[in-house]
Design a binder for this molecule. Sequence first.
Ligand code: SIN
Length: 507
Amino acid sequence: MSRIRHDGPLIVGGGLAGLSAALEAAPRKVLLVTPAPLLEACSSAWAQGGVAAALSDRDAPASHAADTVGAGAGLVEAEAARALTEDGRNTVEWLAALGAPFDRQADGGFALSLEAAHSHARVARVGGDGAGRAILSALVAAVRAAPHIEVWEDARLRGLLQGDDGAVRGAVIERRGSGARRTVEVAAPAVVLATGGAGGLFAYTTTPAALLGEGLALAWRAGAEILDPEFVQFHPTAIDVGLDPMPLATEALRGEGARLVDGEGRFLLGEAEDADLQPRDVVARAVHAARAAGVGAFLDARAIGAGFPEEFSAVFAACMRAGLDPRLDPIPVAAAAHYHMGGVVAGPDGRTSLPGLFAVGECAATGVHGANRLASNSLLEAAAFGRRTGRAAAALEAVAGPARATPAAPDLSDDQLKRLRTFMSADVGVVRDRAGLMRALAVIDELARTAGPALPLIAARLIAEAALARRESRGGHFRSDYPSTEAEAQHTRLRLSQDVPAPAFAG
Ligand code: SIN
């Protein structure tokens, strides 16, 4: 184990949130660490939607904020939604100035799409369904050219360094360059978690499989407050062609007339033209029910016609790779874990409940997504709050004093992870009930007995325990044994304490 001192923010994660934070931390020196080369293994690069922002003359941040609050089923924090939506225009213009090639109208203005639950066309896209990769590519180029940023692309977060007062003073990083593993303790005045979500905990996921909620679990172990971990968003149209992770068929296809049908061609949600544009959780449950009933679920996108390859090139390529031509045949779909609304409690500037620790992007819970994220708000949040976080983290100076590393967590074997993922999708997925959640928790316990307190098990336990404790249905969390919604919306707040030394904390 070696130890280095870095005089500036240590940013963990190379998605849109981490890169935005790194760029804005200038002129402070930034050390950016990611387990895979930039542009690989982060959800932002896979995003097909775009960046939601009030960009048209008819729209306003207040309207965007109202839609964000409405989608979140009672759990969006109004002030956070205001901060996010007021940053919308600046953020899109900042990304465009860095080279993100947004689709434009003839007059040079942003071409904007309408997505479900938005009251205006306000999603800025790139090349139809290519926003994530194109935006991230622009930021990767800017990061590579920035003299203040050093990037380690073989580096996995293994622990945090904490002072006796709980303040975070650095992180334990494992590097795998040229095959040999070595561990480095990096002392730094600020650690920014931009580690992404937890979709890889589920067998059915549209996110990179390596995203196992490890940042969330480490923050919880360090004593940071965690918010609403039970809220996972399931996307209704993950393409079911036997791939893991599952390619996404963007919601925009339904906006352009694609319809959800069963194996007999019957509409899953009824004939009305806008029936398939209901909130994502409603549509996901319809897809889930059709599959559970054995009638299958398909996205019939033949109406898109000959323009499919140009308008939706990522979806088209994924289908063709699987030997399916979506111009000719309906696409088999399933509901799959897509976004984690819960996470480490953080403000718009990334500050968590622990001094020295910041969280941003999908691993954070800033209050803007509540129980159900509004489509295309995640890229906006990653960039807008990423920038604020970079500036706040850069302002911290090192604190002298001893720091201890959190005890090293074991890894799961491939078989153990497979078992966890199977039970998470079956029992902590689109439709939950007490019996299934108890079954999943028993599996998590059994795996912990053999594997030890692996971080994915801690993250899975946080999600399942909070889902068990929430005896209602709200947003992305549906309990078949508690299908109604309580009149008063309440957050779940969890924190490790002396009284609760292990992740077993259901109320
Ligand atoms: C989609 O394009 O359907 C996904 C967009 C999002 O998750 O915001």
